[in-house]
Design a protein around this ligand. Structure first.
Ligand SMILES: [Zn+2]
Length: 196
């Protein structure tokens, strides 16, 4: 007869912490909208992945910021699980956009689950100001010290551009997002290798 590992927890005091040991946690979203850019597992804690992605003072964040040609970051403090970031984005050829990013923590359970939604609107050249980029980060515990990160991105048009402009925006956003999340994926894997 197979031994049920959960029986190890049948005796002794039971606390919430014991119950949650090695239990997979779901983000609980009803949908993950539009386009998925990342869906991967890392041998890191949920809090560590959250810190990498949202602690603007961390080396991880600074490297991510520079790698994406973002600069002049101004960050507000978190208030009621929300904050605003402002930064510029260098498009090359002396073009830059001014970005405003609103971040909202929709769900937060220490070392189990974080769901964060960000909304980026940009003003500047290349039709940047007709679209808002909405990104959802679901960071969930898969096992103790193993975390799943899912990132989905949706484009919300303030005014619907012509078909030609729409296809330029979509292909440009898609290539920017792919390189941005490839960087995050590679960087999280390198931290994982350093720690473990
Ligand atoms: Zn989710």
């Amino acid at each position: 007869m197979k031994k049920n590992l959960n029986q190890n927890h049948s005796f002794g005091p039971r606390t919430n912490e014991n119950n949650s040991e090695n239990m997979k946690v779901e983000c609980g979203c009803t949908t993950h909208e539009e386009k998925e850019y990342l869906n991967n597992f890392y041998s890191l804690s949920v809090d560590c992945v959250f810190d990498c992605l949202f602690n603007t003072d961390s080396n991880f964040y600074k490297e991510y910021f520079a790698a994406n040609n973002f600069f002049d970051l101004r960050v507000q403090n978190w208030t009621d699980n929300s904050r605003k970031l402002e930064y510029n984005f260098d498009l090359g050829f002396f073009c830059k956009t001014k970005n405003i990013e609103k971040q909202k923590i929709l769900k937060s359970v220490k070392n189990e689950c974080f769901v964060v939604e960000t909304e980026v609107s940009a003003s500047g050249p290349l039709y940047a100001d007709c679209v808002t980029t909405i990104t959802k980060y679901c960071i969930t515990k898969e096992l103790d010290n193993k975390t799943r990160l899912i990132v989905n991105v949706r484009l919300d048009y303030k005014k619907k551009p012509s078909w030609a402009v729409l296809s330029i925006i979509e292909s440009k956003t898609s290539s920017n997002m792919k390189s941005c999340y490839a960087f995050i994926d590679k960087k999280l894997t390198s931290i994982e290798n350093k720690i473990n």
